[in-house]
Design a protein around this ligand. Structure first.
Ligand code: SF4
Length: 363
């Protein structure tokens, strides 16, 4: 496939679709040797089944493994680390990856437990997990989703699973966009197989899946993410890490160059809503450098309160994030707001704890 191309396939037989897509993209031709160490990087952000809209369907990874093994590639490894607040080991079980490992004999590396090294990523020093250094080829298997801080998440942001937890926290302290762009200058992804089966278009950790039943193959992560923006009714400029990555030479966001090749047609077209639920809920929050899990749990908790008619009673904005450490205020979520008059402990607290705490405050 060409670097400016996206190849798409629709259906419900995800494993077979992945194999057909990789054949059409001729992935094998991009891999330098049969002995190449090939890393498969899915999204296992939290322990929830793929139908929930947050994690990569194991059938898609199975399709990629079967394709690669059928073409004689035997040195495969799956690598991933969940977000801060959840253990990868739990996601590995719940998301069906332990079965994959057993069935195909492909090892799994939990990057939360891996060592790390510092790397100069186009002028920014970042901590990267050691397992990345040992790869010859990296195949990215992100879920196409919405994200409550960056609006979208797909190819570029999925690389965050390859850094240690302390660097994930640090990313939020640096404003997320710039370090995501630099991380992609430091870690080259060779091929992208996007799970666009039923990603949640509002929340990174799922709960509102939107069924699209589509897989997308791409080579350029910047072009891929620029396309995702357009699909979700955002301009690529609204997601700053896309152009930052382009400026660092990671790829091209020029959608006028994009060529789309569909291998079949969807059974029915899905019209994506323009209004995102997230935008209304964000008005209730004052966020400064919050971690993905902390913010990601808060928004669904607010959604529940809104549906119960309680959110309209809110008399102040809810503070969240590392920027509130040692600061005072009225209402805050997480240990970072421990000096606030009303503060929920935890790093991060769970969605349920946030819901109960805010419910009590509102009533
Ligand atoms: S309490 Fe602070 S450090 Fe902990 S997860 Fe939340 S924002 Fe991050």
């Amino acid at each position: 496939m060409k670097d400016n191309e996206l190849i798409m396939i629709y259906g419900t037989e995800y494993k077979e679709m992945a194999k057909q897509l990789l054949e059409a993209a001729n992935l094998a031709e991009r891999i330098p040797s049969k002995d190449a160490r090939i890393g498969l990087k899915p999204n296992l952000v939290s322990p929830s089944e793929a139908s929930w809209g947050a994690t990569t369907h194991p059938q898609v990874v199975a399709g990629a493994i079967e394709y690669l093994q059928a073409h004689g590639f035997h040195n495969l490894v799956i690598l991933e680390g969940s977000w801060v607040g959840d253990r990868t080991g739990e996601a590995f079980e719940v998301c069906g990856y332990s079965r994959l490992v057993q069935e195909y004999g492909v090892p799994f590396i939990d990057t939360q437990k891996d060592g790390w090294h510092t790397k100069d990523c186009a002028g920014m020093e970042l901590e990267i997990c050691d397992c990345v250094k040992q790869l010859d080829v990296l195949i990215n298997l992100p879920v196409l989703k919405g994200h409550c801080q960056t609006k979208i998440t797909c190819a570029l942001k999925n690389m965050k699973g390859l850094i240690p937890n302390r660097e994930k926290r640090h990313f939020h302290g640096m404003g997320l966009h710039k370090p995501i762009a630099h991380l992609n200058a430091g870690i080259h992804q060779d091929f992208i197989l996007v799970d666009n089966i039923c990603g949640d278009l509002d929340f990174e950790d799922g709960g509102n899946p939107v069924v699209m039943n589509r897989l997308i193959a791409a080579v350029d992560p910047v072009l891929c993410d620029a396309y995702v923006c357009r699909m979700l009714h955002y301009e690529p400029q609204e997601v700053p890490y896309i152009h930052m990555a382009e400026e660092l030479g990671v790829g091209s966001a020029d959608l006028s160059r994009l060529e789309i090749r569909a291998l079949n047609e969807p059974e029915q077209q899905t019209e994506l809503p323009r209004e995102r639920k997230i935008v209304e809920l964000q008005d209730a929050v004052e966020e400064v450098e919050s971690c993905s899990a902390c913010y990601g749990y808060l928004i669904p908790a607010l959604d529940r309160l809104k549906q119960e008619g309680l959110l309209e009673k809110l008399d102040t904005r809810i503070a969240i994030g590392q920027g509130y450490r040692k600061k005072t205020g009225r209402l805050g979520i997480g240990s970072c707001t421990s000096c606030f008059t009303h503060s929920l402990k935890g790093c991060p607290p769970t969605e349920e704890q946030m819901y109960e705490f805010l419910k009590q405050y509102l009533s």
